[in-house]
Design a protein around this ligand. Structure first.
Ligand code: CP
Ligand code: NVA
Length: 314
């Protein structure tokens, strides 16, 4: 069966572990004579470069496509764009405004003769490939890059807007036994339904999730502090309101003092220094942001390899 990656909640823990294992295999030839369509409806620095270079690492050919070229649901439907790209490429990797477009693309390619995998490079709902890079970074820090069990019982504190990055990060962390604490003000927290789903995801790994507006409670004894922008792409009209409402929900030296002394700081980037994270912390000795950026490419190698295998025997 053709594999897709739209959201980590659709993956089993063994799928996630398989992706992580495959990510750590050096470059190969798995995409030889094959190509990957990279469709971007929003800007990207890291994801575009990491994805393109991961395709090259596996001997494939990447083709970059923008909304201006294909015009999803303006020039033609998302389904017809997906099938057109699927006529040329083995994988369709897409960054979209509306997660529903990814679902429609996947459905359009889900019956024979298509054998095309759809992968989410960020939507309004989730950012799964970022979370895989985040786990790889945490493994380097706590597991010597290898031992998954080293992550069990670690505590991750996310500070700021509970958004697409937060969801995937929480899903991956909980599946791997990392306790998750989310500090966000009212109005910027996950709904109780999302929180219940996250709690269920963590239950089998013995990991818990807590959402609070109390920053100190969330950061207490944390092993990882994580933040993301207060205004995501597409929310620019809400910028001033968000700046006001989320003020204080960032990582600074005072918050870091609540965490474990050897805690590390992660941020998916781009960062707005002085808002969700201070320059001092971002550039400080506990920051691992550039290792995290480099792992975007490692993570994509794992994702592509996993998509290319049919799941038999896994
Ligand atoms: N972290 C991340 O996805 O960065 P880009 O938006 O630059 O791709
Ligand atoms: N939450 C941010 C992440 C950027 C990588 C956004 O969606 O813009």
């Amino acid at each position: 069966m053709t594999r897709h990656l739209l959201d980590l909640a659709e993956l089993s823990t063994s799928d996630l572990l398989e992706i992580i294992d495959l990510a750590r295999v050096p470059a190969g030839h798995e995409l030889s004579q094959q190509s990957v369509a990279m469709f971007f409806e929003k800007p990207s620095g890291r994801t575009r470069n990491a994805t393109e270079m991961a395709v090259v690492d596996l001997g494939g050919h990447p083709v970059m496509i923008t909304q201006g070229e294909v015009g999803i649901d303006t020039r033609e439907s998302a389904e017809d764009v997906a099938r057109t790209l699927g006529s040329f490429h083995r994988i369709l990797a897409a960054r979209v405004n509306d997660h529903g477009v990814l679902v429609r693309m996947k459905e359009a390619l889900s019956s024979p003769p298509w054998n095309v995998s759809v992968v989410n490079l960020l939507s309004d709902v989730s950012h799964p490939c970022q979370a895989i890079a985040d786990v790889l970074t945490m493994l380097d820090e706590f597991g010597d890059g290898r031992s998954m069990s080293a992550l069990h019982g670690k505590r991750l504190c996310y500070v700021g807007d509970a958004n697409n990055v937060t969801l995937s990060l929480a899903q991956a962390s909980l599946q791997l036994g990392i306790d998750v604490r989310i500090a966000a003000p009212q109005g910027y927290q996950f709904s109780s339904e999302v929180l219940d789903d996250l709690a269920d995801l963590g239950a089998s790994a013995g990991a818990s999730v807590l959402q609070t507006s109390d920053l100190a409670e969330a950061a207490d004894n944390a092993d990882v502090l994580y933040s993301d922008v207060w205004t995501s792409m597409g929310q620019e009209a809400e910028h001033d309101q968000r700046l006001n409402d989320l003020s204080g929900y960032g990582i600074d030296a005072a918050l870091l003092a609540y965490a474990n002394p050897d805690a590390v700081v992660l941020h998916c980037l781009p960062a707005h220094r002085g808002e969700e994270i201070t320059d001092e912390v971002l550039e400080g000795p506990q920051s691992r942001i550039w290792q995290q950026v480099a792992h975007r490419r490692t993570a994509m190698r794992g994702v592509f390899r996993w998509l290319l295998s049919d799941g038999e025997g896994s």
